[in-house]
Write a protein that binds this ligand. Structure first.
Ligand code: ATP
Length: 245
């Protein structure tokens, strides 16, 4: 598993506050397409909406990658789902049977193995620059406030560098396709990888009451379609978290 595509430039650090924060700063300063920042340890890893990503020394694989799209920001709906598809392809190539939870978690046996944090930089008019952060548990990350999984305790012996190379190779592939064809090109593959379809789910928002329903699927922009007692509803990737109900 060597890094195949001639796309990525890898920079490593022993310790970093947050690889997404660092790469966002460098992106604003003109860092090149394909710059990847990987760190042994993150002291202030972030999830969405200011939540923390926990990664003690030796427990994780964590990196962020800068991708400069031809598309503008408005064409990026579905991007976090597409990154999930790249992660599934990479992990399944090591025989790890992962699934995806809308919008952006990778599950092993229904528990969270990895998270994805996507941040956008640049203005709305020009091509979008995107920082894609990935945190994946190689070993136990310690106490987390939701059920989590890690490769070592689940019995998967996967080399960290080999996994990083495969993740980057798959990412280069899906991001180029996504830039050209959008989420529609991944609709069928994402659906085949999804956990919780046709099952009762609970959607929670940072503001407002939770919504119960049955997850039906996603549309061609990656928005979640849910059957609720009040009728069908569609939720966009944003301030919403999904749980099995
Ligand atoms: P949720 O995972 O609750 O549906 P989310 O996908 O938006 O929401 P993220 O922002 O991706 O969550 O990640 C932050 C959350 O991930 C934290 O609130 C915590 O529950 C969980 N978490 C933190 N560290 C880890 C870890 N090492 N492994 C798995 N989960 C973690």
């Amino acid at each position: 598993n060597e890094l195949a595509a001639n796309v990525w430039t890898l920079a490593t650090a022993d310790e970093i506050d947050s690889s997404n924060t660092q790469l966002m700063t460098r992106a604003a300063q003109g860092a090149p397409h394909g710059l990847v920042l990987a760190a042994e340890r993150q002291t202030a890893g972030r999830g969405r909406l200011g939540r923390r990503w926990q990664m003690p020394l030796g427990a994780g694989l964590t990196f962020s990658a800068l991708w400069r799209f031809e598309r503008g920001l408005s064409g990026l709906a579905g991007l976090s789902l597409v990154v999930g598809v790249a992660m599934v392809r990479a992990l399944r190539s090591f025989d790890v049977p992962v699934q995806l939870k809308w919008p952006n978690d990778v599950l092993l046996d229904g528990r969270k193995l990895a998270g994805i944090l996507i941040e956008l930089s640049g203005d709305a008019l020009g091509p979008a620059a995107v920082v894609i952060g990935i945190g994946l548990n190689m070993a136990s990350p310690g106490e987390v406030d939701q059920p989590v999984a890690n490769l070592a305790d689940a019995g998967y012996q996967v080399g960290r560098n080999a996994l990083l190379a495969e993740l980057l190779n798959q990412l280069a592939d899906v991001l180029a396709t996504f830039d050209r064809d959008g989420f529609a090109a991944f609709h069928a593959e994402w659906t085949a990888c999804a956990a919780f379809l046709q099952q009762p789910v609970l959607l929670r928002f940072s503001h407002g009451e939770p919504v119960e329903g049955v997850a039906l699927g996603v549309d061609d922009h990656g928005a979640l379609q849910v059957a609720t007692a009040a009728g069908p509803r569609v939720f966009h990737v944003g301030e919403v978290s999904l749980r099995a109900a």
